[in-house]
Write a protein that binds this ligand. Structure first.
Ligand code: ARG
Length: 439
């Protein structure tokens, strides 16, 4: 492909170090980009109709091979772009030499990656919307069971467990919105930017941009081939979503302990121990936690790849694909695994400590005109006077000792306190938010 100025073949060590196979998944996008490119070359008259038709026919055949799984990569292919061009030569001979007119692998790879990530972003939006909808549905099914909301991992206030699930649902909605944002920025075609400064031939980037359904073609060719900010942003979208899942995973690990006892995992979504016959482990949750670290590292890699590279294209940029594909694949596999775990888990949380109604008790005094600080101190005294016991067991004397206005009627049950935070309406609002993500 580029041997003209070289007198020796590449060293084995060079080849092993520089060849990239991580881009093979760009095959379909590479062919689609080439089909649009050759159509444009024909339309503007750079290729005659016969040449354009011969190349198009060859590319269509390669597309069929790719779709049927029959496309064969060769060890001698430097990357996916060389593989397609090599195959085109095998199929149609000499006219294949005109495909790369007015184009470089630099704008080609930038195009392929944008096509791939634009489609992947839509998939991730659907996956996240499905996950958030699942949180709404589970909240309807199990959500009235009362648990404590926690701060500092200490029981804080009684809530329906659905609140906890819905919180993760809203995070997933924002994660999906972030993917929609990057999808918009991905939707600019770099094709026509060439190696760095376009072509002296009368190519028309607007034609290929519209054929490939982009919002527009690039404004600046150097930016088009040299920038990877949207790739890093895509990885960040994955990393933030994985980080949310990681927090949920940590909650699940806690909930599944015998100490918490909130949930029992379905056998199909738990794993066993090779040594301890009684064990049932939450490996999906643990790996979500672990993998979120490696996806965060993908973002660091993509920032590092950019920071010292002079404009425009440098081979460093080839490393972008390994990182962003890993980030995207990890999120794409984590969502259904964790979703399945939550869809099938049985929720049976024990009652929270009834001292979690303490704020409600203080606020009952506040409602009768007692300053909040005074009420806070009074309820603190009451908590101290019952020792480790239940607030509901406080005697008339202990109540009056804490505050003269305090009566047994001021002590709600945890169910009554939790009922102040209804979840059904919120679950419906979450479902509506998910539906509007699809459009
Ligand atoms: N495989 C390369 C990459 O992924 C394609 C672009 C190669 N360009 C070049 N000038 N060597 O970045």
């Amino acid at each position: 492909m580029w041997g003209g100025r070289f007198s020796e073949p590449p060293a084995e060590a060079l080849w092993r170090f520089t060849v990239d196979h991580s881009d093979r998944r760009l095959l379909a996008d590479d062919i689609a980009g080439s089909l649009a490119h050759v159509a444009m070359l024909g339309e503007v008259g750079i290729l005659d109709a016969e040449e354009a038709a011969a190349i198009t026919t060859g590319l269509e055949e390669i597309r069929q091979e790719a779709e049927s799984g029959g496309f064969e990569f060769s060890e001698a292919d430097e990357d996916v772009h060389s593989a397609v061009e090599r195959r085109l030569y095998e199929l149609i001979g000499a006219p294949a030499g005109k495909l790369h007119t007015g184009r470089s692998r630099n704008d080609q790879v930038a195009l392929d990656l944008r096509l791939y990530l634009r489609r992947a972003a839509r998939e991730r939006i659907d996956d996240l919307a499905a996950f958030a909808t699942l949180m709404a549905d589970r909240s309807d099914e199990v959500g009235e069971a009362v648990v404590a909301a926690y701060t500092h991992l200490q029981q804080a206030q009684p809530i329906p467990v659905g609140k906890h699930l819905l919180a993760y649902g809203w995070m997933a909605v924002r994660d999906a919105e972030r993917f929609a944002g990057v999808a918009g920025r991905l939707n600019v075609s770099p094709l026509g930017a060439g190696a760095a400064a376009g072509s002296s031939l009368p190519i028309d980037p607007a034609i290929t941009a519209s054929a490939l359904d982009f919002d527009q073609a690039f404004d600046n060719s150097i930016d088009a081939v040299g920038s990877r900010d949207v790739v890093a942003e895509y990885a960040f979208c994955c990393a933030q979503a994985m980080t949310h899942l990681s927090r949920l995973a940590e909650d699940i690990v806690l909930w599944a302990t015998s100490e918490f006892g909130w949930i029992t995992l379905d056998d199909a979504y738990a794993t066993g121990s090779s040594a301890l016959p009684h064990k049932k482990n939450p490996d999906i949750a643990e790996l979500t936690r672990g993998k979120s670290a490696s996806v965060a590292a993908d973002v660091a890699a993509l920032l590092g790849i950019q920071k010292g590279t002079p404009l425009a294209y440098n081979r460093d940029l080839q490393e972008d694909k390994r990182a962003v594909f890993h980030a995207d694949d990890t999120l794409a596999t984590a969502l259904p695994a964790l979703g399945g775990l939550l869809a099938t888990a049985r929720f049976h949380p024990p009652q929270p400590d009834d001292r979690t109604v303490a704020l409600d008790v203080a606020e009952a005094l506040v409602a009768r005109g007692v300053p909040f600080r005074e009420a806070h101190e009074a309820v603190g005294r009451l908590v101290a006077s019952v020792g480790g016991g239940s607030l509901r067991d406080a005697t008339q004397e202990q109540l009056a000792g804490a505050h003269p206005l305090l009566t047994g009627d001021d002590l709600p049950s945890v169910e009554e306190a939790a009922a102040r935070h209804p979840v059904a309406g919120e679950a419906n609002r979450l479902r509506t938010a998910c539906e509007s993500l699809g459009s």
